[in-house]
Design a protein around this ligand. Sequence first.
Ligand code: SF4
Length: 388
Amino acid sequence: MPGCLQQTYRQSSDPVKPMPKSAYIHIPFCAHKCDFCDFAVVTNLEARIPEYCRTVVKEIEQRVSSKSPLETIFYGGGTPGYIDTRELALIHKTLIETAGISENAEVSLETTPNAISTQKAYDWLEMGINRISIGIESVNDHELTAMGRDHTRVQAFAGVKAAQEAGFENIAVDLMYGLPEQTLDSWQSCLDETLSLGLPHLSAYAMTLATNSPLLRRYPMGSPQMPDDDLAASMYEMLVASADKAGLKQYEVSNFSRAGYASKHNLTYWHNDEYYGFGLSAHRYVDGVRSHNWRSFNRYLDDYLGHENLEVIDAETRIKEAIILGLRTTEGIDFSQFKKRYGVDLLTKFGPKIDKFADQGLFAASSSHLKLTSKGMLLSNLVLAEFI
Ligand code: SF4
């Protein structure tokens, strides 16, 4: 039985508060552990997939106590696309029965390209998935090998094609830059080839490595094959220019889309809205409390309502988080909306800091909005750290 530190979301006697409109479900299984990966992932545990999925079902049933239709659902991982679709469907059915789902909900599934077959993609559509996010990372075999992926460029393109053949139109692809062996030329050709697919959404993240990452043992920081910060910054500028040229509008530091294809689920996070989280190490933000489940696979199964960490978000933290998250988006922060929601006049509270970054060309402040400039986006980690 799960431990006593149980957090269900609503008691029948509680006053009615808005329920989260988004849910994240973590599916930790991967066919292979990539050498750079620091996510909560398990391999060689396929025999325990049914047990895990039934635990997630129980977690959903016990955490969600009243219906309020979900507007976004995100199956992330790990590789949700790797497991039997019938297992995913069981979780999805439970979510629909407990929380409910709105008619136009965005339902996303993450997958590696080599986990996609046309039949599987049909099954995902049938199940209710309407957006697929494919981790291609690179289209250069040399780089894919260097970063320890288990797919080739041919498999990357084949995966996208299989999803399209099954009928997926809302397809997002992920790339990475700052990879070992990557050069400006290879990054440009990766962007060109990927963007020529004409897909409506692109995410691209700089590689960040945990200190115990196997990749670091092969390519220590400062080794000639590892791009330095200046090269990674040039790669970011190349990304922004290439996406723009291809008609994908930047809507967040690392995300670009055609009109109408921005990730509604991820916008939940950047708008500082609350969300459910279910599964191994899943994070949630419900009733002003952020918490996350156990990261140990066995511990999660034994204590699926327990948590590894729990933080009550006080008013000051909520304001800081709203600034940090809101400034990641290209729409920025609307001064009057911010005041209405958080009771704070940004210009009064953070005037000197805003002026400092505006003078450095990192912030653009109009009468209505505060935004990062393109230079500010490039240095977003440094700028936003000053609000923590
Ligand atoms: S496929 Fe994704 S989640 Fe799985 S090990 Fe590789 S990077 Fe990590």
